[in-house]
Design a protein around this ligand. Structure first.
Ligand code: 5RP
Length: 225
């Protein structure tokens, strides 16, 4: 099984966690895309009444095309369950997200959810966070100053580019600086340091947020709690 097949496997498995009447946070990325497809099939075949809360324009576009009813996070009283992907998950269930540049809305939806379920293929698990570059969303004004500050701190920053080689803008018209840290020894300390920097909108450390992870292995999906 290749990585894409493992993503499909966990995406389809996760769609079964959605129950009739739920308000569901819909994450972003290639794994979630499979989940949203499978959820739309269930909504149609089982006549489920589901409200989705999306975390990006890309997921909104897919959900709209599949006729999944959507509301914004501010329009719902609660989000029962959010299903999202991740870029790296440590053994102690801390995560890095934002590889798809959607970390800001993903984190807003996650912190407003009763339960967070992440779906990943086996390659995303690691002993300690840091092998995946840590995305930091920053406002464009002053971003070069922040970049220099990160470089001085030894965070090895790079500006995220899009596939045409231009600066990548997020759905909120911000920029992403990726920090190539290799290993993050103290994630909570780093998170506090990043949150303290003026001009940082949000960072991709998702700490103490996830309740359940479904991991795709060639033998089948495994649920970790
Ligand atoms: C987007 C994210 C994604 O959830 C993360 O990048 C995983 O993506 P994929 O399922 O495509 O590997 O955080 O901002």
């Amino acid at each position: 099984m290749d990585q894409n097949e493992l993503k499909k496997l966990v995406g389809e498995e996760a769609s079964k966690w959605v129950k009739d009447g739920m308000t569901v946070g819909l994450g972003t990325g290639s794994t979630v895309k499979f989940m949203v497809d499978a959820l739309a099939r269930r909504i149609k075949n089982e006549h489920l009444s589901i409200t989705g809360v999306v975390t990006s324009n890309a997921t909104a576009e897919q959900a709209n095309a599949l006729n999944i009813p959507l509301k914004s996070v501010d329009e719902v009283a609660k989000i029962d369950l959010t299903i999202d992907g991740a870029d790296e998950i440590s053994r102690d269930f801390q995560g890095i997200k934002g590889g798809g540049a959607a970390l800001l809305f993903e984190k807003i939806v996650a912190v407003n959810s009763r339960r967070n379920l992440w779906i990943v293929d086996q390659s995303k698990l690691s002993e300690r966070l840091g092998s995946f570059p840590l995305p930091v969303e920053v406002i464009p004004y002053g971003s070069k100053k922040l970049f220099s500050k990160f470089a001085k701190k030894g965070y090895a920053p790079t500006f995220r580019l899009d596939n045409t080689g231009q600066l990548k803008y997020t759905d909120s018209n911000n920029l992403i600086i990726d920090l190539h840290l290799k290993e993050i020894e103290h994630p909570h300390t780093l998170a506090a340091d990043l949150s303290n920097q003026v001009g940082v909108v949000e960072h991709g450390l998702f700490l103490d947020m996830v309740n359940t992870v479904i991991v795709g292995y060639p033998e089948g999906p495994k649920v970790l709690t």
